[in-house]
Design a protein around this ligand. Structure first.
Ligand code: F0G
Length: 461
């Protein structure tokens, strides 16, 4: 075994300063933000792990391509470059550019889902879920049973439960299923990958029952990398070959290109079916932009065309996966459990286990997230009872979430291993004396999308 460190295939050329506040300044900032890190200003944050979406660094080749961006209203050169790259990546003949993933969701579901129909998924991302509901349909999640064991080393906990899917399709509600949508990697469930075996079986079921099969492929390259590592039949294949094999299985895709597109903005809908394309195109032109730009500038299309190439480079994916796995080891060695095995775009801390003195209604995940900011200026997102729990009208927790997690999302090509070691150090200090972490209560919450605008107060201290 070669024990040398895995190097990122790039060096840094342009840097951006990061803020360092004092502990007192952070305490005041968090109080002003109603103890909700979403309300913090980015210039109050030292390490921002809130999202891996639109937060990556671009390359010299992306920026030089952007300078050549063709901003013509229709038929721009940049559109053709983008379209050709997406067709080469996915094999889908019809390509609709959109400004980000959720715009693609809205446009696709408007043509695909009728009121009363079902969208079935391994796990819908939250905006995907919302867009299914806005189309008048119902979203059904069927994660595989292995996903409920956060500690097991099962390689593909992002899979869908095939037995449950078959039962649904063959049962009385089978005729209501309008789409099966597989999210790769499974962002809602610990960044776990989906195996090609699972996607192949979903294809077979969808063919048998005559249901369209789509991919939500925001992290298509990262899923391909994990397949190459963990699924023996795919050892030795390139990420591009594996990504293509996944797209080949499906009838179309939604991709938020803010992740594996390595850009700040962008998305795409890929389709095989001409009639569906025509329906989506009319909607795109009415609500996003003409079909050769879809809400994006020519320079965005150029960065994207280059980004979807760079993201599939094995040296890049290897170093990114290695960096996340290394952070997981440092965090685990410090006594904090993460959802296992480590994925690539994020680590999910098991706050419920670290902070057993806090009950779900005291929001242990949120408390850990706030402590990471107070102690180290780190911002991250709770995925526990504050976000997913059921509340009554007085904002009291009625149904806790199954797990109290905190997501550390890792922007692409942005932080060095030293920044990530710092994150592990801050966590290690919390793990030495977890009882000092206070719980929180809700002071005010909006009726919809609670986690973005909720205001809280610490319970004591
Ligand atoms: N699908 C998945 C799997 C996602 O993770 C996201 C966004 C979307 C769709 C929506 O895409 O943001 O471009 O409209 N995820 C971000 C995150 C926001 O932080 O995980 P979008």
């Amino acid at each position: 075994m070669n024990s040398r460190r895995v190097l990122p295939p790039y060096r840094v050329k342009v840097v951006e300063p990061i803020p360092f506040l004092t502990a007192d300044e952070r305490r005041a900032a968090l109080a002003d933000a109603g103890y909700n890190p979403f309300n913090l200003r980015a210039d109050q944050i030292t390490i921002d792990l809130l999202s891996d979406s639109g937060t990556g660094a671009t390359s010299t080749l992306q920026e030089s391509a952007a300078a050549l961006g063709d901003e013509s209203y229709a038929g721009a050169r940049s559109w053709f470059r983008f379209r050709d790259e997406i067709q080469a990546l996915t094999g889908y003949p019809y390509v609709l550019p959109v400004h980000q993933g959720r715009a693609g969701e809205r446009i696709l579901f408007a043509s695909m889902l009728k009121p009363g129909q079902l969208s079935v998924s391994n796990t819908h991302f939250d905006t995907t879920y919302a867009n299914v509901v806005l189309a008048g349909a119902e979203a059904v999640n069927l994660p595989c049973p292995a996903a409920t064991d956060l500690d097991s080393a099962e390689p593909f906990k992002g899979d869908i439960d095939l037995a449950a899917l078959e039962q649904l399709l063959a049962g009385p509600d089978g005729s209501r299923v309008g789409v099966v949508l597989m999210t790769i990697t499974n962002n809602g469930l610990g960044a776990q990958p989906v195996s090609m075996a699972n996607l192949t079986a979903v294809r077979a079921l969808c063919t048998r029952f005559g249901v369209p099969f789509f991919l939500d492929a925001a992290r298509f390259a990262e899923n391909a990398w994990l397949v190459a590592q963990r699924e023996p039949a795919y050892h030795g294949q390139t990420p591009r070959e594996i990504a293509r094999a996944a797209f080949d299985l499906a009838d179309g895709c939604l991709i938020s290109l803010k992740k594996d597109g390595l850009t700040a903005i962008g998305g795409v809908v890929g389709l095989r079916d001409e009639a569906r394309y025509a329906a989506c195109e009319a909607n795109l032109i009415a609500t996003e932009g003409f079909s050769t730009y879809g809400g994006l500038a020519g320079h965005d299309l150029e960065r994207l065309a280059q980004g979807v190439r760079e993201v599939l480079e094995p040296t890049y994916l290897h170093s990114r996966a290695d960096s996340t796995a290394r952070l997981a080891r440092l965090i685990n060695d410090a006594g904090v459990a993460t959802v296992a095995p480590a994925g690539i775009h994020a680590l999910y801390l098991n706050a419920g286990r670290l902070l057993p003195h806090l009950a779900p209604h005291e929001f242990p995940g949120h408390a850990l997230g706030c402590q990471l900011f107070l102690d180290g200026g780190i911002r991250c997102a709770e995925l526990g009872s504050l976000y997913l729990g059921g509340m009554d009208e007085a904002h009291r927790l009625v149904t806790p979430a199954p797990f109290e997690l905190v997501r550390l999302a890792i922007p692409r090509r942005v932080y060095t291993d030293t920044h990530l070691e710092y994150v592990a150090d801050v966590l290690a200090d919390i793990a030495k004396d977890p009882e000092r972490v206070n719980g929180y209560r809700i002071v005010a919450a909006p009726p919809l999308l609670r986690h973005f605008k909720v205001r809280l107060a610490p319970l004591s201290g």
